[in-house]
Design a protein around this ligand. Structure first.
Ligand code: ZN
Length: 206
């Protein structure tokens, strides 16, 4: 597993997310689809400092989340990566724990975050104009993701246009056809979160 180019690319993206402050400590996890049928993902193992991530900390899991190549345990959130890969046909799924996504997801009882009118929205897949309203659903956090998967699947089905979703006081999930597209979407969304967070910070205290 560690010798595949995809593992090296995932590790590099993980280190970049760490360097940008989006996956500090051991937070965040990153995956890419190795095969579609049967579904196999390359995914980061849990408990690894993302600033030190290498291809050795990437394992291959099957559609149940069981490790079939490499050593280490994937995060309990691996089931989310599998659900997104299935529901969206995504080739890569990236999950960050940034300061701004943590703050902006903390707007209960709102069930989503609207982002509209920004030029940078055009960095999202299929968005052609700043005059776009992106709605990122917000899910409540849990430590029991396997049990929450039906809720995640129905949210993904209900919001087919969403380029990602937030988990309250936790972070962002986004994806893409491949790693390059998923990485671009993380950058775009994290940029927009920071813009909105800084703007709201002047008047929105919590
Ligand atoms: Zn997480």
């Amino acid at each position: 597993m560690s010798s595949t180019p995809l593992a090296a690319q995932l590790a590099e993206i993980g280190r970049q997310c760490y360097a940008r402050g989006w996956a500090l400590g051991t937070s965040g996890n990153f995956s890419a689809v190795l095969s579609r049928d049967p579904l196999r993902l390359a995914i980061t193992v849990s408990g690894v400092d993302k600033g030190l991530l290498t291809a050795r900390e990437i394992v291959e899991i099957d559609e149940q989340g069981k490790v079939v190549a490499g050593s280490g345990n994937p995060s309990a959130e691996a089931v989310l990566h599998l659900a997104i890969a299935r529901a969206r046909g995504a080739g890569a799924v990236l999950h960050t724990h940034s300061i701004w996504s943590t703050i902006l997801s903390d707007n209960a009882p709102e069930t989503g975050l609207a982002i509209e009118g920004y030029e940078m929205l055009k960095g999202l897949d299929d968005v052609r104009t700043h005059d776009h309203r992106e709605w990122l659903p917000i899910l409540d956090n849990t430590q029991e993701w396997a049990a929450a998967i039906p809720q995640v699947e129905s949210m993904l089905a209900a919001r087919p246009d969403a380029h990602g979703f937030l988990i309250r006081r936790h972070g962002l999930y986004t994806w893409g056809r491949d790693l390059a597209e998923a990485k671009r979407q993380v950058e775009i969304l994290e940029f927009l979160f920071e813009v909105m967070g800084r703007k709201r910070g002047m008047t929105w205290q919590r």
